[in-house]
Design a protein around this ligand. Structure first.
Ligand code: SF4
Length: 114
């Protein structure tokens, strides 16, 4: 009787330890994946996206405002007025001013026109 109780206790203990080790290994793998595979995005994309109308209408040729913001920052587009919903004073001018004040890491400016 006592041996059966001890056997059950040892089984529980081994199960617990094995799950603990598996959990620790998976936790370390997730930590390493986050550390080495995280893609850092240009913070200016978020700022330009906030300045766009956020109608996400696709009239600019991109699936949404974020796509257009990304294209402006990466130099794929240089005409801010491709955003058909935007207005001079509330959209185009603030974006151009912001990107003039926040050049690329190498110091070059993004040349945007209306
Ligand atoms: S046209 Fe303007 S509002 Fe519409 S998705 Fe493009 S950036 Fe956004």
């Amino acid at each position: 009787m006592i041996n059966n109780v001890m056997l059950i206790d040892l089984t529980f203990l081994w199960s617990f330890l094995i799950l603990l080790v598996i959990g620790a290994i998976l936790g370390i793998l997730i930590f390493l994946a986050v550390k080495f595979f995280t893609v850092k995005e240009d913070p200016r994309i978020d700022e330009v996206e906030k300045m766009l109308p956020n109608a996400n209408c696709g009239a600019c040729g991109y699936p949404g405002c974020r796509g257009f913001a990304e294209a402006l920052i990466k130099g794929k587009e240089n005409k801010v007025s491709k955003c058909r919903v935007g207005k001079d004073a509330t959209t185009y001018d603030p974006i151009i001013a912001y990107l003039n004040a926040h050049p690329n890491e190498d110091g070059t400016k993004i040349n945007l026109t209306k």
